[in-house]
Design a binder for this molecule. Structure first.
Ligand code: AMP
Ligand code: ZN
Length: 470
């Protein structure tokens, strides 16, 4: 198995990803999902597309990836939104959850194993149990209004992920909001006592009616579904502090085991120098872009084609460049299909094509990987322009198509309507060619009917039979 290296945010160095079990192949992957108080914007999707590339590449390299992505359907923002709309929290978040999954599919993101919702009764029960353990162990304390806070002074490693120096901070201060700056390092809320603005949102707990803080939600859902030690945990860089820092503190203090082995964070999608964010109003949802005539595939290309830790500025020129690149890939694919014809044997591709996957082994170096892809395209197009010696043979074209299928497994950029001809149909087409050669016209017609019955149309052209999806 090839070794995949990634930059671990915790160690700030390149590390090889290995499974926890010596001979194992399974990797657990937890990715912080959307807060469903609005439509996700394409900045959020930069994070999910990067995680998708990671998952698909690990799978290509033989790992079994167990991915869990949570949905934050109760926090300060969702409650504020439901309150402003004057409807119940679940009614407020429902359409955003549905829209999220629709966008998820449009961007060809691979399905996760589970999408736990923070408000699910079993998840709330787990959060309450974890908070109970943290109180028992002295890592948390209750304040006058009933709320429970995490005592960061009780966890010396607090700040390690974000490289925040606790010595110069003011432990003992408290912060009730889910998000805060490094400058305000302070004890954070695990359980927030019910207040009038919460309306009908609240759960009974040993500390009275209230709701969980955002950070404990992810800690409970991640360890509940993937175990106390997770292999890879991802998110955008804005999640490092305080969210992931808090997740580590809660899990390691409650469970006593290391929480995450590899932390990975993507850089922000920017708009004219600022982070694309709902709060700044400088965002596009996927829906906005689809309405303007762009496709999910084009948006996926634009997001995936820049290294996940590199600066990516959102522009319409960038989308146009994605459209051009995809057009070149599609034209090339068509040419390869034509050249391969009905050739079944595949000649192995030039060893340089493995460079595509080797580049991704190196902390998902997508620019190099795309470099290999387009160099292969250029070189084989050149050979398809030739005749005679040096021209690409059908079996070489078939070999390139097989390689491209592996590339598609990782990039998922194939055209929407790529119809992969099932082997059953391929066999019938070959049998029909044999029948026609033997001038067995009735048999040839019968086979054509069988092919039609399987949903394919066969046309006889000068170059032989052409198969298209009916
Ligand atoms: P949220 O819905 O705000 O909880 O964010 C969901 C995910 O999107 C998190 O992993 C964030 O780090 C990530 N994210 C938010 N804004 C951006 C952005 N502009 N670029 C990249 N990732 C982002
Ligand atoms: Zn999270």
């Amino acid at each position: 198995m090839a070794s995949v290296h990634i930059l671990n945010t915790l160690s700030r160095s390149l590390e090889e990803i290995t499974p926890q079990e010596r001979e194992g192949k399974t990797l657990s992957l937890y990715t912080c999902g959307p807060t469903v108080y609005a439509y996700a914007h394409i900045g959020n999707f930069r994070a999910y597309v990067f995680e998708d590339l990671l998952q698909r590449h690990l799978q290509e390299r033989g790992f079994l990836v167990r991915r869990v992505m949570n949905l934050t359907d109760v926090d300060d923002k969702t409650i504020r939104g439901a309150h402003a709309a004057g409807i119940a929290l679940a009614d407020y978040t429902k359409p955003f959850k549905e829209a999220f999954f629709e966008d998820f599919r449009t961007l060809r993101l691979q399905e996760a194993e589970a999408y736990p919702c923070a408000t699910a009764p079993d998840q709330i029960a787990r959060m309450i149990a974890m908070i109970g353990t943290l109180l028992e162990k002295g890592h948390a304390y209750q304040v006058e209004d009933g709320s429970v806070y995490f005592r960061i002074a009780s966890f010396p490693n607090y700040g390690r992920l974000a490289h925040v120096d606790l010595e110069n901070q003011r432990p003992g201060q408290r912060v009730a909001s889910d998000e805060y700056d490094k400058e305000a390092v302070a004890d954070f809320a695990l359980w927030k006592s019910w207040v009038a603005e919460d309306g009908s949102v609240g759960w009974e707990s040993p500390w009275g009616k209230g709701r969980p803080g955002w950070h404990i939600e992810c800690s409970a859902m991640a360890t509940g579904l993937l175990g106390e030690t997770i292999d890879i945990h991802c998110g955008g860089v804005d999640n490092i502090f305080p969210h992931h820092e808090a997740e580590i503190a809660q899990c390691e203090c409650a469970g006593g085991k290391p929480f995450v082995r590899y932390w990975m964070h993507c850089a922000h999608l920017m708009v004219e120098g600022s982070k694309m964010a709902k709060s700044s109003g400088n965002f596009f949802t996927l829906r906005d872009l689809l309405e303007k005539g762009w496709t999910g595939r084009e948006v996926r290309y634009a997001l995936i084609s820049v290294h996940y830790r590199g600066a990516l500025n959102f522009t319409f020129d960038g989308l146009a460049a994605a459209r051009t690149a995809l057009g070149r890939l599609d034209a090339w694919r068509e040419r390869l299909i034509e050249t391969a014809g009905l050739e079944n044997t595949a000649e192995s591709t030039d060893p340089s094509t493995e460079g595509f996957f080797a580049a991704l082994d190196d902390d998902l170096n997508i620019s190099s990987a795309l470099g290999v892809l387009f160099e292969t395209l250029r070189e084989s197009n050149r050979r398809m322009d030739q005749t005679g010696e040096g021209a690409l043979t059908p079996s070489q074209a078939r070999g390139l198509l097989n390689w491209l299928a592996r590339v598609d497994g990782v990039l998922a950029l194939e055209p929407d309507a790529v119809a992969i001809i099932p082997s059953e149909v391929e066999e019938l087409v070959a049998a029909r060619a044999a029948a026609r050669n033997a001038k067995e016209w009735q048999k040839s017609d019968e086979i054509r009917d069988q092919i039609t019955g399987l949903g394919w149309t066969v046309k006889d052209t000068k170059e032989g039979q052409k198969i298209i999806k009916a």
